[in-house]
Design a protein around this ligand. Sequence first.
Ligand code: AR6
Length: 196
Amino acid sequence: PVWTPSADGPKPGLYPRNEKLDQKISLYTGDITKLEIDAIVNAANNTLLGGGGVDGAIHRAAGPVLKKECASLHGCETGEAKITCGYGLPAKYVIHTVGPIAQGGVGEEQRKALRSCYDNSLKTATEKSARSVAFPCISTGIYGYPPEKAVHEALATVREYLDEHHDKLDRVIFCVFLPMDKELYMQNLPLYFPAA
Ligand code: AR6
């Protein structure tokens, strides 16, 4: 049977050390709009026209041209990802993904959608030859996904993607904003990226 991560974390030994990933994972605490890298991921909504939280911060820092390009994309389905330029941001690209709304609770649908956000964002990055990507904690703010569950989906999906495509990416940064999220990532990163 296929093991799926739960709030309790992965089965011991499921993610053994992969030395190819040792230099590729970072944890950064702070504002994602400050990162000078190839691509930052935005936790957007289906309209892609901006909002609060990290979405609001990214649009403010990028400037109004970002909204113009977003408006030409005709929205984005939950779990999908679309890419734009970074404009006034130090990052070259913004990858807009739409996390699941989880205020009604987390079921298989929300879990799958959250994993798709990470997976499709990484696919989109590699299609554009972006070699460094930063993720915020998608869906865990306004969309209400419990952070202690979301962390496992985030880490498992990135680990599984990098196991397959480690040659395509130099760095994946988990960008946390709240002290509680920093704690969660510090606790759980070694389970998915031993020795990284
Ligand atoms: N840099 C990094 N992380 C941040 C920043 C920042 N500048 N600001 C907030 N966060 P949220 P969601 C963290 O609510 O839950 C918008 O209105 C925040 O602490 O931004 O996916 C969209 O338009 C949290 O950990 O996104 C949608 O309507 C994480 O980013 C809706 O919110 C995500 O919180 C999406 O909700």
